[in-house]
Design a protein around this ligand. Sequence first.
Ligand SMILES: Nc1ncnc2c1ncn2[C@@H]1O[C@H](COP(=O)(O)OP(=O)(O)O)[C@@H](O)[C@H]1O
Ligand SMILES: [Mg+2]
Length: 449
Amino acid sequence: MAKKQRDISVSEFFAKNRHLLGFDNPSKALLTTVKEGVDNALDACEEAGIVPEIAVEIDQLDETRFRVAIEDNGPGIVRAQVPKIFGRLLYGSKFHRLRQSRGQQGIGISAAGMYGLLTTGRPVRITTRTSKRKDARHFELVIDTQKNEPRVKADRIVRWEKAHGTRVEIELEGAYRGGQHSVEAYVRQISLANPHAELHFRGPTAKSKSTDDSGAAAPVVTFPRVTKELPAETAEIKPHPYGVELGVLMQMFRDTRARNVKTCLQGDFARVSARIASDVCERAGIPPTRRPSEITRDQAERLHEAIRATKIMSPPTDCIAPIGDDLLVRALRAEVDADFYTAITRRPAVYRGNPFLVEVGLAYGGDMTSEDSVSLYRYANRVPLQYQQGACAITRAVTATDWKAYQLQQPRGALPVGPMLLIVHIASVWVPFTSESKEAIAHYPEIIK
Ligand SMILES: Nc1ncnc2c1ncn2[C@@H]1O[C@H](COP(=O)(O)OP(=O)(O)O)[C@@H](O)[C@H]1O
Ligand SMILES: [Mg+2]
């Protein structure tokens, strides 16, 4: 056995378990690729303070083969980073921080590129430029799955009319579906929750195989922005002591720059003042001057218990940017013709030490049909969740609501029936998804409540 035991690279793991990342069937793979590209484009623009303008283009190359391009006007990517970002799984700028963003794991766009490579053998193509004073560069790269490392196939200066931005092209085996899970429906839902973004979408035109005739280009559908104002800038926060597990606490003591336990507690956590840090040390019976690296397991456990027993203020909540009830209602008005619209943005709350916030928009009556279940649009950090509705905490919260009190029919344990569209958005510095494909939110009681 020993001869056969060896390392497994993270990319090998996810190549085999691609369903964990949302690549379990061809139509979903196409949608997931678009989603990862658009998530990144929006995150990058917002972080750089740029009002986003994003184009999604899909070309059908063959019956089952597609080319997806996502282009943004964001800050661009510096040359040295491009191979790691697109040619390596678990590489990114968002995992090690607590801040509201769409991406968090660092396996979004690189996984899409890997799926493309595995199914078509084609490299990911990236064009990017960081400013007018710099040249635009074009890259082609593949991921070496066994090593989880990039292989650069091309890296050259190109002409590009954009002053700054990024264009990513991925070829993949896919299928193009209409309806609820279509890419166009998805882009529409993104535009609803991101009223500051302008989105252009061009669907595929099939190339007929026999004549080699590419046919007329499909029309570009534009989803204009409703506001030029970017979402409020959100702060990165430190972890709240109530959310930290014992093992993590021990690791923090090993890694900290602080010279003693007291300043470590004070400096590395949110909401720990000098007084609270002293209280915690006293309660744990540990001198505040002890060096963090010398804290034993037993002492860490005592500190962990002391943290729980100490009253500490809830984490700051200015780290969360809601869409806002006003914009939610405007988005709903743009989406459906109803008789009644309303929206509410709740105050932030906390799960496992992480701040989060829930907001709901509702449109009732008008053109919508009254025989079917209501439509439920789920969002997490402004990203539409298209799959796994039944497994999501949002669905649980909606079905657990007593809609009969509002004169709607409601089969037991199901969504209510009636002419209604519900938008539910949860925003958080760390969204607890049920899997890496980020399709459903885990059933934390605080969130469902
Ligand atoms: N369009 C883009 N513009 C600028 N930076 C980008 C873009 N796409 C990706 N990045 C950078 O690459 C990193 C990795 O992206 P990704 O693999 O999707 O993981 P994640 O979004 O979860 O961090 C991001 O954290 C971001 O720093
Ligand atoms: Mg991402």
